[in-house]
Design a protein around this ligand. Structure first.
Ligand code: ADP
Ligand code: ADP
Length: 239
C-alpha cells in the first residue's frame, strides 16, 4: 500500500471558484483518514486530485511512485488502476449481476482493451469472489445489482474497488445516501477491510461521528482550507 502526499495544493475551477487553498498533508501507507467539512468545503475536490480527476492549479500531489500533477494518457490510467474508488451513488450497472459488477474492478486495472473484451481469467474470478466474500456478499453473486438494498450496493461497490487490488482506496461520501444504521455497518466493513489489508484509505464524510467511530485521523476543511489535522477521537464540532 502507498503513501499520499499533497504539497501546497490549490485548485481553482475554470469559473474562478477556489475549491482548495494551499493544502499540505501526508498520509502514511495503511492509514485510515477521514475528510470532514461542510458541503462545498472542498472534500470531493481533494479526493479527486488524488486520482487526477481534478487537475491542481498549484502545488503537487504524489501517490506512491506517481506525481499526479501532469500525468496524462497511459500513465494516468496506470495510476487509476492502483487507486480504488467508491462513490456515494454506487455507480453499479443495475441490470447486471453482482459478479460482473465486481469484475469491472479487475478490468479497470487491466486497461481499456480487456474491459472491452470482458473475458475474466481464473485469477480474475478468484479475486472477485474473494472480494465479495470480504464484504459478506458471496451469497448474492448472481443477483442483479438493481434489486439490492442501498447497503448491499455499497458493499458490492467496495468489492469492485477491492478486486482492483488497489494500493490506495478513495471513498467520496460512501455512506451519505444510506440510513444511519446501514451507514455504520458499511463504514465498519470498510474499516475492517482497511485494517486487515493494511490499505491506505481516504474517506469523505459529512458526519463527524462516523469519522470519530471509524477513522483514526481526521482532516478538517473549511472553505478550501485545512483547519484540522489530528486524531479523529479528539476532534470537536468547533474545529
Ligand atoms: P464538498 O465535497 O466539500 O461538498 P466540493 O469539492 O464538491 O466540496 O466543492 C468545493 C467548491 O468548489 C464548492 O464551492 C463547489 O461549488 C465548487 N465546485 C465543485 N466542482 C466544481 C466544478 N466542476 N466547477 C466549478 N466549481 C466547482
Ligand atoms: P450487517 O448485519 O448489515 O452486516 P453489522 O453486523 O455491521 O451489520 O451491524 C449489525 C447492525 O447493527 C447493523 O445493521 C446496524 O443497524 C447496527 N449498527 C452497527 N453499528 C452501529 C453503530 N455504531 N450505531 C448504530 N447502529 C449500528
Amino acid at each position: 500500500s502507498w503513501p499520499i502526499r499533497l504539497e501546497r495544493v490549490s485548485v481553482t475551477y475554470p469559473n474562478g471558484t477556489a475549491a482548495l487553498r494551499d493544502v499540505s498533508l501526508t498520509i502514511a501507507p495503511g492509514e485510515m483518514v477521514s475528510i470532514v467539512g461542510l458541503s462545498g468545503s472542498g472534500k470531493s475536490t481533494l479526493i479527486r486530485t488524488i486520482n487526477g480527476l481534478v487537475p491542481v492549479t498549484g502545488g503537487t500531489v504524489e501517490v506512491g511512485p506517481y506525481t499526479v500533477s501532469g500525468l496524462a494518457g497511459r500513465r494516468l490510467r496506470e495510476l487509476r488502476g492502483h487507486v480504488g474508488m467508491i462513490f456515494q451513488g454506487f455507480n453499479l450497472a443495475e441490470r447486471v449481476d453482482v459478479y460482473r459488477n465486481t469484475l469491472v474492478g479487475r478490468f479497470a486495472r487491466a486497461g481499456a482493451l480487456r474491459s472491452l473484451l470482458g473475458i475474466p481469467t481464473p485469477e480474475d474470478r478468484e479475486i472477485a469472489l474473494r472480494a465479495l466474500d470480504a464484504v459478506g456478499m458471496l451469497d448474492k453473486v448472481w443477483t442483479r445489482a438493481g434489486s439490492l438494498s442501498g447497503g448491499q450496493k455499497q458493499r458490492v461497490a467496495i468489492a469492485r474497488a477491492l478486486s482492483q487490488e488497489p494500493q490506495v482506496m478513495l471513498a467520496d461520501e460512501p455512506v451519505a445516501s444510506l440510513d444511519p444504521p446501514t451507514a455504520h455497518a458499511v463504514m465498519a466493513e470498510l474499516e475492517r477491510i482497511g485494517v486487515e489489508r493494511g490499505l491506505t484509505v481516504l474517506v469523505n464524510l459529512h458526519l463527524m461521528d462516523l469519522a470519530r467511530d471509524y477513522t483514526t485521523r481526521m482532516i478538517g476543511l473549511r472553505a478550501g482550507e485545512l483547519v484540522y489535522d489530528g486524531p479523529a477521537a479528539d476532534a470537536t464540532d468547533a474545529d
